[in-house]
Design a protein around this ligand. Structure first.
Ligand SMILES: Cc1ncc(COP(=O)(O)O)c(C=O)c1O
Length: 398
């Protein structure tokens, strides 16, 4: 079968692929420590499960309005108003099957051939591929570890061309764990307003913050900024609900209407039961997530400390999300049992094969110097996995 050309531009999600390989090895009885998965190991909160059960029992198992039930859209509007002072009407809010789906609807609604999308790099794996699937060109804007992965405003300005359509802002960031300060956000917002760029603000980790870091939504930096921003968020990370598939977008009415039309012709509504569960999740407010973040914080410190203790690795302390992103530059070029290890991909393959530890290599995030490890897993797994990585690195020869 001759496939559409756009298919050849993309690869399967490398994070999902690594997680699937680790799960397949575990199913064969191999004891794999999995640091690849981007999901909390916490169980979905009981009140959320109860709301889903009640929805099933009440027969809330049919199609819903394609853009999401009123109750959930209102809960999202209330959250954005209470936390950020932002005001949205229902037609400005669309509920989708996960934030990834929200981002895809947005890409499909706004991007076309000739458009450029600026993506601060390292970046979450799907941004570039979603742009490519919609015939647009990802423009990778490098950020540096030494600057805490802050966006360099001069470099951002130089990357804007007459074809630039959008810029992605992901704070806290997957994979770096960096959070942007309000000054950086203001500078990005000023440039976006001046050049009429769409701001895609992926705020999926807005509640997973450490060391006093505060989340600022770029949309709060003035009405003219909000008018060009689509906020993307969801319940996956904040409420340990990755499998329920509920994400949402909020932004200018014309963009959201276009996204809603695309959704109505492609997937229709997200799961009715999950929508009821998401209403219960948003009503939970802070305590569930705060408890989870206290535990992530403990694990973060242990993981980063242990990574920094491995010769050849250095790891910055992340201030958000739940990933460590160590620089493995000092390890690249060494030799393992199967030959030289020239790249993060080769190192990740080596760790999986010889140490039974799954990590995600940096390449799909736009880095040839890093690997990503999630610490949203048990302290025991962190200790065992780091023991194995340390032992595997020690065996490498120069
Ligand atoms: C930065 C970022 N955005 C969006 C998503 C998508 O989340 P979901 O589709 O589960 O809501 C993820 C998930 O890993 C992510 O890390």
């Amino acid at each position: 079968m001759k496939l559409a050309a756009r298919v050849s531009r993309i690869t399967p999600s490398p994070t999902l692929a690594m997680t699937a390989t680790a799960k397949a090895m575990a199913a064969q009885g191999i004891d794999v420590v999995d640091f690849s998965s981007g999901e909390p190991d916490f169980d979905t909160p009981e009140p959320v499960k109860a709301a889903a059960e009640a929805a099933i029992r009440a027969g809330f198992t049919k199609y819903t309005p394609s853009s999401g039930i009123d109750e959930l859209r209102q809960a999202i509007i209330d959250k954005l108003q209470q936390e950020h002072g932002l005001r949205y009407e229902k037609p400005q809010v669309l509920v989708s099957c996960g934030a990834k789906h929200s981002l895809y609807n947005l890409a499909e609604a706004c991007l076309e051939a000739g458009d450029e999308v600026i993506i601060p790099t390292p970046y979450w794996v799907s941004y570039a591929d979603q742009a490519l699937l919609n015939d647009a060109t990802p423009v990778l804007l490098p950020t540096r570890e030494a600057d805490g992965y802050a966006i360099n405003v001069d470099e951002l300005l130089r990357s804007v061309t007459p074809r630039t359509k959008a810029i992605i802002v992901n704070s806290p960031c997957n994979p770096t764990g960096a959070t942007y300060d309000p000054q950086t956000l203001q500078a990005v917002a000023d440039i976006a307003v001046r050049h009429k760029l769409l701001i895609i603000s992926d705020e999926i980790y807005d509640k997973i913050l450490y060391d006093g870091a505060k989340h600022v939504s770029i949309a709060t930096l003035g009405p003219e900024v909000a008018a060009q921003t689509v906020i993307i968020n969801g319940v996956s990370k904040t409420y340990a609900m990755t499998g329920w598939r509920i994400g949402y977008a909020a932004g200018p009415k014309d963009v959201l209407t276009a996204m809603a039309n695309i959704q109505s012709q492609s997937t229709s509504n997200p799961c009715s039961i999950s929508q009821k569960a998401a209403v219960a999740a948003l009503k939970l407010g802070g305590p569930f997530t705060e408890k989870m973040v206290v535990e992530f914080d403990r694990r973060r410190k242990v993981m980063v400390d242990r990574l920094n203790g491995i010769p050849g690795m250095t790891c910055r302390m992340p201030t958000g999300a739940f990933y460590a992103f160590p620089n493995i530059g000092g390890i690249l070029g060494r030799r393992g049992q199967d030959g030289p290890i020239p790249s993060p991909q080769a190192f990740a393959d080596h760790l999986l094969k010889h140490a039974h530890v799954a990590v995600v290599p940096g390449e799909p995030f736009g880095s040839k110097q890093h690997i990503r490890l999630s610490y949203a897993t048990s302290m025991d797994a962190i200790q065992r996995g780091l023991d194995r990585i340390a032992a595997a690195v020690e065996k490498l020869t120069v």
